[in-house]
Unconditional design. Structure first.
Length: 94
């Protein structure tokens, strides 16, 4: 089992479990700018795949392949740029 740890919090960022690479809820939460609890809820609601692992104090993990796919889709999406161009100076987002 491969583990990549966060030196500050001593929590796993990435693990290899049953031949599948997973990233922590914290990694996903940081990307989407939400809390880890929100990512856990998404997993429980079936919005994204994930596992709660007793081996890691019940922490939740998301398959890295799924997370990377979703990240790529968001990074390729130019909707925000099109909206900015349309509204010009009147556009504001986050």
């Amino acid at each position: 089992m491969k583990i990549i740890m966060d030196n500050d919090s001593k929590k796993a960022h990435e693990i290899q479990f049953e031949n599948i690479r997973y990233v922590s809820c914290r990694v996903v939460a940081d990307f989407y700018e939400v809390s880890s609890r929100t990512v856990q809820n998404w997993i429980k609601e079936g919005k994204i795949s994930g596992k709660q692992l007793a081996e890691y104090n019940g922490e939740y993990f998301v398959p890295a392949e799924e997370f990377e796919y979703l990240k790529k889709k968001i990074e390729e999406d130019d909707t925000e740029d099109v909206v900015k161009e349309f509204f010009e100076d009147e556009y504001f987002y986050k």
